[in-house]
Design a protein around this ligand. Sequence first.
Ligand code: 6PG
Length: 472
Amino acid sequence: MEIYDFGMVGLGVMGRNLLLNMADNNFAVSGLDIDQEKVDFLEKDAKSGQQVKGTTSAKEFIESLKKPRALMLLVPAGKPVDTVIQNLLPFLEKDDIVIDGGNSHFMDTNRRVTELNEEGIHFFGMGISGGEKGARMGPSMMPGGDKEAYERLRPIFEAISAKVNNEPCVTYMGMGSAGHYVKMVHNGIEYGIMQLISEAYDLLKRGLGYSDVDLQKTFEEWNQGELQSYLLEITGEVLNKFDDITGIRLVNLISDRAMAKGTGKWTSQNAMDLQSPIPVIDAAVTMRDLSTYKDERVKASTVLHWNNPKDGISDTKLELISQIKDAYHFAMITIYAQGMAQLHKASNEYHYGLNPENIARIWRGGCIIRALCLEDFRKAFNKNRELLNLMLDEQIAGTLMSKQQAIRSTIKLAVDKGVPVAAFMSSLAYFDAYRSATLPTNLVQAQRDYFGAHLYERIDQEGTFHTHWDQQ
Ligand code: 6PG
């Protein structure tokens, strides 16, 4: 009976496709789900000769696995993960490995590592990115925690992962909840870039009156050359999709209320805790939230007018598009820079031991934020593992310098047109603040001391000081 190499709990889209990917790589796999339909679906999709088995019985599932067992949970984050663990625990034995492959909050992962360690079970969290297609054809995977357990399963994960230059897009990230933390920041970056693309789309469409055909062509063109990325690629495809019912482009029929499962918000919340500024990701989370205020926005649109001036733009359409493209390039770099800086800080704070070059390496393929520029980022961290911010790398700084006029002009254009470009603006503000040797926060310090005697430091003397500001 104990013939299967790997078990999966949760045979939804991701679980099923990951198992089928393993079967393609000659592993014998077993799946568990409470839904018989999902179990049947898994077995139906397996090719002849492959060892793929599904069941709705936890006991049968556990007994089907080779010992020490290796199984992954791919169930919704939060309570379902704890419930599944509780249900399986009576069947598990010392030395079994349990992996949480979902988007769990890293704090939950820390707790589960401790709880399961007490039972002698190796537990580790692993971020998996790439969606349905990625799971089937090769995802990017971010395992962290129990290194010994990961090493035992390394051959399976390396076999099923995406490859770039023959290098697998999976590697051990670091201690504790490192894998889930890295995946959380991955998703924060994903939010930032998606927001940026949607703002460029808005500026071109509402601001400059681009037709749907021109929009599609623009994003397809941007995806050629140095900006090449998965998110730009799918944007071109999305814009080219026609609705079966009406025959018009589907994107124009989709409600603008954007949903979120929470990983972007967690990235921002934790960045605030760490005091690691990620303003573009924050803006992306905020703009998704604002998008849900549909009724208020509709009302406001009839009250809060802005008469978009028709003249005053001397640049040609070609010049404008090239400017917006460069502005996108600039802002995109700052989003990765913010995410990587947060990872650096988190690594110190939580003792993860993250290697930024490895993170850039495994993000080059398989995941949602894969992009050509990740190879440049990998090289930057290869030159200097302790690089505090990607913007300090000479080559990346050079790219930003060459694009900064473009982002300034793009923001001016958006301001004139009344098109909201929170991500572009936050990106430039971050850049301008980061490159300012002095900021106006001396005034903030003085105000704090004025009303709350919070003390301040001086630039000409050591120590802390308080002033009776209202006494002359
Ligand atoms: C991935 C994605 C995925 C995420 C979705 C939805 O890397 O494959 O990040 O894990 O769940 O993108 O996220 P939101 O619902 O929060 O947009």
